[in-house]
Design a protein around this ligand. Structure first.
Ligand SMILES: Nc1nc2c(ncn2[C@@H]2O[C@H](COP(=O)(O)OP(=O)(O)O)[C@@H](O)[C@H]2O)c(=O)[nH]1
Ligand SMILES: [Mg+2]
Length: 135
């Protein structure tokens, strides 16, 4: 299964604003430090691909992307790359923070994902940093 070509793997992509914890999530999911994590917004530039086996699904590739709210000329190129990733995504993961919730950047992405009828799951990160109350 290690030799499965990338195109035959289930493509799971992680989307969200800068600094919400997308790279931290891919590192936790893969149990490896494959994506650079930092508190500097815009650390992730090119999409990061990690092939892995997920039982019982089988071969998958998890993709970390740059922030949806990236800025400047390079920022818009990165956003373009993120949209290219969406074109091959079979399961989309949207990461938001508990304090900020779903922003307009996320809403725009969610609309694109729905338009393409791609299954989607949401992750609420940084719960401990917010006033979010669990009931
Ligand atoms: N307190 C807290 N910090 C987090 C959490 N997840 C990520 N971070 C921190 O948030 C910053 C941005 O994380 P990163 O994974 O690079 O975010 P990305 O830009 O979305 O890829 C880093 O300093 C992380 O250590 C979390 O659940 N709680
Ligand atoms: Mg990142």
């Amino acid at each position: 299964m290690q030799n499965t070509p990338r195109s035959n793997r289930l493509h799971i992509a992680i989307f969200g604003k800068r600094n919400v914890g997308k790279s931290s999530l891919i590192n936790v999911l893969t149990n490896q430090d494959i994506a650079l994590v930092s508190d500097v917004a815009g650390t992730t530039t090119d999409p990061v691909y990690k092939a892995m086996e997920i039982l019982p699904i089988g071969p998958a590739v998890i993709i970390d992307t740059a922030g949806l709210d990236d800025e400047g000329v390079l920022g818009s190129l990165r956003i373009k790359k993120t949209i290219e990733v969406l074109n091959k995504t079979e399961l989309a993961v949207i990461v938001v923070t508990a304090s900020e919730g779903i922003t307009t950047f996320d809403e725009e992405m969610i609309a694109k994902i729905k338009e393409k009828k791609i299954p989607m799951v949401g992750v609420i990160n940084k719960v401990a940093l917010s006033y979010f109350v669990w009931i």
